[in-house]
Design a protein around this ligand. Structure first.
Ligand SMILES: [Zn+2]
Length: 436
């Protein structure tokens, strides 16, 4: 089933629970600590004592000693990190570095689906045990596209469940392999996809990917910082990213902790996370500096706010804020902060980036750039600070121009009303069993 090449050392890491201290080998699937306590994110603990990227690998598996993988497929690009002249000059930052996730051949960036979700997809697949299952991934768009593409290339059966609004992102340079099943909820939202995926995954052969709980996903995203460390030769003072769930930010903070241990760095980057007004649940929670959010957004208010944001991929309704090891903890430990930007500033940032750096970026990256600009204007960042700006969704326009425009077919149409029915489950199961 899995197209694999050399196995890596099976015991180069263990999983640990930050709540009860449990230490356990990884079966490639586990998402939660089995002990009865409040939710906590399992973490990986690696045996390597040095930071030694594999020079022979170009992609994300260059960092295989710091990835929870049991095999190393010949797949996967990685983040390209470079020092900005144009934007750095505009913002008055002498040490602005761009972590570019996307497609930009002149810079050596070759992420096929043009977002950093591809880093997590390749790592999650390489963590899976090699037995028959259908990996089940609910998504608002970019994550689903990254998994669909990676699973197609590696012929790993998967079920991707998305709301109709996300379907436009499923364009690739060739048709997807039949092992990928795309289910679209015609009148639903991202939370509907999450809820249906959870229901489907209670029975064989479905295996829930797990989102932020999956150590493969987080450590794959953490390679953004590993690539940055290789180029910058130190950790940045500030790490700036737009957030929906915030999984990437948690991952970068965890990677910073590992690099600090392995390289003797003394501090970890301050996380500056950016949200798109008016949908700002992480900002609202962090403003009160309490683990338990002061306000739960009512569903109607969520839907109304989501309809107004420019960067719709940043609209996670239930970000992992309170869970141990989640956003509250990483913001506290890194002395970080959360900023908000409006649609006008985010939209303007797309043009600024294209003009000064020379490539198109997507709305989420526009939110991050607008947030950085606001932070500089407010005097929060000194001109000589080392700043790393995470840009995801880079060069998608370029990629489409160059032929990545084959729209994937929809295998199963679902309606919101049908999601609780046996017929919907049967329809999805029947389609997926054909792919095993
Ligand atoms: Zn535990």
């Amino acid at each position: 089933m899995l197209s694999t090449t050399p196995p890596v050392t099976a015991r180069h890491y263990t999983l640990t629970c930050p709540s009860c201290g449990l230490q356990t080998p990884d079966d490639g699937l586990v998402l939660e600590c089995p002990q009865p306590h409040a939710p906590a994110l399992l973490r990986t603990q690696y045996t390597t004592r040095t930071f030694s990227p594999r020079a022979e690998e170009d992609g994300v598996f260059r960092y295989r000693d710091l990835l929870p993988v049991s095999r190393v497929p010949r797949q996967g690009g990685r983040t390209v990190v470079y020092r900005s002249q144009g934007l750095g000059g505009l913002l008055g930052l002498r040490n602005l570095w761009i972590a570019f996730n996307g497609y930009w051949p002149e810079r050596g960036a070759f992420l096929e689906t043009a977002t950093f979700k591809e880093l997590e997809a390749h790592t999650v697949l390489a963590r899976l045990p090699g037995r028959p299952m259908v990996l089940t991934v609910p998504s608002s768009g970019n994550t689903g596209a990254a998994f669909a593409w990676a699973c197609s290339r590696q012929q790993v059966p998967c079920l991707v469940i998305v709301p109709r609004a996300a379907y436009g992102r499923f364009k690739f340079r060739e048709p997807l392999h039949r092992c990928v099943t795309l289910a679209v909820i015609d009148d639903g939202d991202y939370p509907d996809a999450i809820s249906f995926a959870s229901k489907v995954s209670r029975s064989f052969p479905f295996q829930l990917e797990g989102g932020v709980k999956n150590v493969g996903r987080r450590d794959g995203l953490g390679t953004v910082l590993l690539s940055a460390f290789e180029e910058m030769r130190r950790l940045p003072d500030y790490y700036v990213q737009a957030v929906g769930s915030g999984t990437g930010a948690i991952a970068v903070h965890e990677a910073a902790g590992r690099l600090r241990e392995l390289t003797g760095e003394t501090t970890v980057p301050r996380l500056l996370l950016c949200q798109n007004e008016p949908f700002t649940p992480i900002y609202d929670s962090w403003r009160h500096r309490e683990r338990t959010p002061a306000k739960n957004w009512p569903e109607a208010e969520c839907r109304a706010a989501i309809r107004q944001v420019f960067a719709d991929e940043l609209t996670n309704w239930a970000p992992p804020f309170s869970v141990q090891g989640g956003l509250f903890d990483v913001l506290t430990e890194s002395h970080g902060d959360v900023l908000t930007v409006d649609n006008g500033a985010a939209r303007a940032a797309l043009g600024t980036f294209r003009d000064l750096e020379g490539i198109d970026i997507e709305p989420a990256a526009g939110v991050a750039l607008a947030g950085l600009r606001a932070a500089v204007r407010q005097g929060r960042i000194r001109p000589d600070s080392m700043v790393l700006l995470n840009v995801t969704g880079g060069g998608r326009g370029r990629r489409t121009q160059q032929g990545a425009n084959v729209q994937a077919g929809i295998h199963v149409h679902l309606s919101k009303q049908s999601l609780g029915s046996t017929a919907a489950m049967d329809q999805v199961t029947e389609q997926c069993l054909r792919s095993l």
